[in-house]
Design a protein around this ligand. Structure first.
Ligand SMILES: NC(=O)c1ccc[n+]([C@@H]2O[C@H](COP(=O)([O-])OP(=O)(O)OC[C@H]3O[C@@H](n4cnc5c(N)ncnc54)[C@H](O)[C@@H]3O)[C@@H](O)[C@H]2O)c1
Length: 321
């Protein structure tokens, strides 16, 4: 029997506004948004109008929203990595079940505190390891659990991060610097790590890993590169990371080729040529990829020995199509 779940969303960025909120339109019998929080007024206005949320249920922060009595059945915590834990714990204390974006936290102690709070208050916490919920991986899980292929002794995986995705998220964008967000192994590869453990039911005993920032640094800038793609860069023509290519003309990602979803919607809430051009000219996504404040790895390998003696490996590369 279906039941409509009322939802309070904390964080109206790409995940809160663009990925999860639209489910309220797709499945109104299952989900209704009743409260929202974000410090950016335009995001509040846009989401409030689209989902008919009254002004008194719109808040300028998750913290302010969570000061109120419980407003919904569930809270979606879709803020940035280092905000998740404190907001999730507060929400559980207030009585909400939680949809919690990954990573739970870059801090192990905080991860444990979230688990303890769920236990203490008796709340459900669904962490957005979204691959678990795809038919493809559910079928693999079913096959492994059925024993058809026998024991899992060795798992080898490759995480191909598209070169433009690497540039967008991990050089120019939100997750470029692990001091303020989280490292690649948590930010991107937590999906793979989660799959390895969930699919096999195994636990890691020891791990070795190497990775570094190989390419996206000043000394690799081509001759004539400028600090912004649109400010007289002489290396533009042959540079695949040129922001105008990625966000305007590239047939897979550019708005001029009709791509107005992600990543364009990260640059503008109404992506078109003019708004994307303005974002490239003025914002972080027009910076030269060789002149950013990035420190996360652009390639990494991980080897794991499991408690039962099985082994697993993952190679992540940000230089793939
Ligand atoms: N499950 C996945 O596959 C997946 C994919 C991408 C991102 N994520 C995760 O989702 C989270 C959000 O990513 P995003 O791309 O939506 O980021 P985003 O920056 O687009 O959105 C974050 C939003 O939170 C708002 N915010 C900041 N402080 C706030 C506060 N105190 N209270 C309420 N809102 C506040 C920001 O204004 C912004 O609108 C990240 O932790 C990221 O790791 C998960």
């Amino acid at each position: 029997m279906s039941r409509q779940v009322t939802v309070a969303i904390a964080g109206l960025g790409n995940r809160g506004r663009d990925v999860y909120a639209p489910f309220a339109e797709m499945f109104p019998e299952h989900m209704k948004i009743v409260a929202i929080a974000d410090p950016i007024p335009e995001r509040i206005e846009e989401v409030a109008e689209r989902y008919h949320i009254p002004l008194e249920k719109c808040f300028s922060s998750a913290e302010e929203m969570l000061e109120q009595d419980k407003l919904a059945n569930a809270a979606f915590i879709t803020t940035q990595d280092r905000q998740h834990a404190s907001q999730a714990i507060k929400a559980m204390e207030k009585g909400y079940d939680i949809l919690l974006e990954k990573p739970i936290s870059p801090n192990l102690k905080e991860c444990r505190m979230v688990a303890e709070a769920a236990e203490k208050y008796g709340r459900n916490v669904v962490v957005c390891h979204v691959l678990r919920y795809t038919p493809f991986y559910q079928e693999i899980k079913r096959i492994i659990d059925s024993g058809t292929i026998g024991d899992v002794v060795s798992v080898m995986g490759i995480m191909n991060v598209g070169y433009w995705h690497q540039a967008h998220s991990f050089v120019r964008g939100n997750w470029a610097n692990s001091d303020v967000t989280s490292p690649m192994i948590l930010q991107k590869c937590c999906h793979d790590m989660d799959l390895y453990l969930w699919l096999t039911g195994k636990t890691c005993r020891s791990v070795s890993s190497f990775g570094n920032t190989y390419h996206f640094k000043k000394e690799n800038a081509p001759a004539g590169a400028a600090s912004r793609c649109t400010k007289g860069c002489k290396a533009k023509k042959d540079c695949i990371f040129d922001a105008e290519k990625i966000y305007l003309t590239n047939e897979d990602t550019g708005v001029l080729a009709g791509n107005v979803g992600w990543p364009a919607e990260v640059l503008s809430s109404r992506p078109d040529e003019a708004s994307i051009r303005k974002a490239i000219e003025e914002g972080p996504y027009g910076r030269c990829v060789y002149d950013c404040d990035n420190n996360v790895v652009d390639h990494q390998i991980v080897n794991m020995e499991m408690t039962d003696g099985a082994s697993m490996s993952l190679a992540m590369s940000g230089f793939t199509p």
